[in-house]
Design a protein around this ligand. Structure first.
Ligand code: ZN
Length: 157
């Protein structure tokens, strides 16, 4: 169990496209555990590997219903629209309004490299989109509609 340092906006690693994971290794298992620990420690609802400086296509999400690990995730279905506040552990103390699909279904692998599908609405859909964007080197700040503003505490990742 270890907390990793979260890279912040302006760090080059957050702008890079991540690599597919082709096999599960001890290193990746440790990374996933550390990502979960780091997300919970920082009070986020999601974390992508590049946020801890690792360019692998791995994200972890927990919107309050238990941890989800998604490796090589891709969105296979989406519908509707939601506009709401979004934040990111890599942009501490800030939030902004972002429009996302209201429903998303994603396919990927779990930590045992078995194919899984995850679907969700509202916050979970938002978190899936946000984390997958990280794997493409994209930050939510590029999507913010009314500029970033300060928040007292972070509610979303
Ligand atoms: Zn983020």
């Amino acid at each position: 169990m270890a907390i990793r340092k979260i890279r912040e906006l302006g760090d080059e690693v957050l702008t890079k496209k991540c690599k597919e994971v082709t096999k599960m290794t001890i290193r990746s298992r440790i990374l996933i555990n550390d990502m979960l620990d780091t997300m919970y420690e920082e009070g986020g609802v999601g974390l992508a590997a590049p946020q801890v400086g690792i360019l692998k296509r791995i994200v972890v999400i927990d919107v309050g219903d238990g941890p989800i690990v998604l490796i090589n995730p891709e969105i296979i279905e989406q519908s509707g629209e939601q506009t709401g506040e979004e934040g990111c552990l890599s942009v501490p103390g800030k939030a902004g309004t972002v429009t996302r699909p209201n429903y998303v279904k994603a396919r990927g692998l779990n930590e045992d490299m078995e194919e899984i599908e995850v679907e969700g609405e509202e916050l979970l859909a938002r978190a899936i989109c946000h984390e997958i964007d990280h794997l493409e080197g994209k930050m939510y700040v590029e999507l913010v509609e009314d500029g970033l503003h300060d928040v007292e505490y972070r509610e979303e990742e």
